[in-house]
Design a binder for this molecule. Structure first.
Ligand SMILES: *Cc1c(COP(=O)(O)O)cnc(C)c1O
Length: 360
């Protein structure tokens, strides 16, 4: 068996020990005689898996008691509609900050349900930064302020939590949740798909302050109504049971390694290996302003894009996969979530140096 260094943006690499445990437990989970996939979501075995997953998430992220944790389906793209349906709460408009491709999708979808004000944008500088907070033109009557905490495609990440006064702050944290500690109390709602930094595709995590529940638009489907899901322990419909089980194993893996503070140290070290190299060469370059560079998704360009195909081919031959940048921005992208070991980033930089020596 050969495991590659998988730089995919999502679905992404998972810790090998988690995959091994899942394999060991595949046919018979803890003497139940069943795979987790075969269990009733209302049986005592799965209820315990679900409860442990939520408890670990709450512990690792220090989620305050007045927040509900929901395990839903529909992905972050689903949430682009589900958020306004639930969070307008009788108000007419919401404020959105545009930092790239995922922000744009959120803005477009939310526009089906409300008047959306784009209160700041870095489009004029090709989404190379987070617009400084003091340039945002916020509306104090907005239902909420929406940000994309980490632009998975463009590689721009918030390294601060913006103060937006009394208006609830909502963040798409699909690609940086669990990568470092986060002060949940500064947000009204956090959401994200699991398949970047938590587990398999199919699970969507929503963390929402209780007092914001109950004001959903009447057209909101029950499966996507936060208050109804909260009242039913996320079991109004069948939850993505296997994905919840794997997420729980990943949370245990994070806890065993020292929690989110340790994850942050590990992630900063990895990102520094790559960014320090990018800053020291003119053969490759990072298009993102230093202060706003993502620790999770590192886009970079070769000086001569005619060499892109050869670069990718050589990487693949060395067991480094999925380095092609998103079609919206081109170039390369290395996604280095929690499960990527530092050896993977070191191998990538060694290859980049070798390629530069040959073609530079
Ligand atoms: C991947 C991603 C999405 C889309 O998630 P789906 O699960 O495909 O709906 C949205 N936002 C961000 C920031 C992402 O990284």
């Amino acid at each position: 068996m050969t495991r590659v260094f998988n730089f995919s943006a999502g679905p992404a690499a998972l810790p090998e020990s988690v995959l091994r445990q899942a394999a060991d437990e595949m046919l018979d989970w803890h003497g139940s005689g069943m795979s987790v996939m075969e269990m009733s979501h209302r049986g005592k075995e799965f209820i315990s898996i679900h409860a442990e997953c939520e408890a670990l998430l709450r512990e690792l992220l220090a989620v305050p008691a007045n927040y509900k944790v929901l395990f839903m389906q529909g992905g972050a793209i689903g949430e682009n509609a589900i958020v306004p349906m639930n969070m307008l709460r009788g108000r007419a408009s919401a404020d959105y900050v545009n930092t790239g491709e995922w922000s744009k999708k959120s803005i477009k979808e939310a526009g089906k349900y409300a008047k959306i004000n784009v209160v700041a944008s870095s489009e004029a500088t090709k989404f190379d930064r987070v617009p400084p907070r003091d340039t945002w033109k916020l509306d104090p009557n907005a239902a909420y302020v929406h940000i994309c905490a980490n632009e998975t495609i463009g590689g721009v990440e918030y390294h601060f939590t913006p103060d937006v006064g009394d208006v609830p702050l909502i963040a798409d944290v699909s690609s940086n949740i669990m990568s470092r500690p986060l002060d949940v109390s500064k947000f009204g709602l956090l959401y994200g798909g699991a398949q970047k930094n938590i587990g398999p595709a199919g699970l969507t995590i929503v963390i929402v302050r209780e007092d914001l529940l109950g004001g959903a638009l009447p057209i909101t489907p029950s499966a996507f109504n936060y208050a109804e899901q909260a009242a039913n322990d996320s079991m109004l419909n069948t939850p993505p049971t296997y994905a919840i089980y794997i997420a729980g194993l990943v949370f245990r893996w994070i806890k065993e390694r020292g929690g989110l503070t340790a994850m942050e140290t590990h992630n900063r070290k990895k990102a520094a290996v790559l960014y320090d190299f990018l800053d020291a060469t003119s053969f490759y370059n990072s298009p993102i302003q230093r202060a706003d560079r993502s620790l999770m998704n590192v886009p970079f360009k070769l000086k001569d894009e005619a060499l892109d195909a050869a670069f990718l081919k050589g990487a693949e031959e060395r067991g480094m996969l999925q380095l092609k940048g998103h079609r919206a921005v081109g170039g390369m992208r290395a996604s280095i979530y929690n499960a990527m070991p530092i050896e993977g980033v070191q191998a990538l930089v060694a290859y980049m140096k070798e390629f530069e020596a040959r073609h530079g």
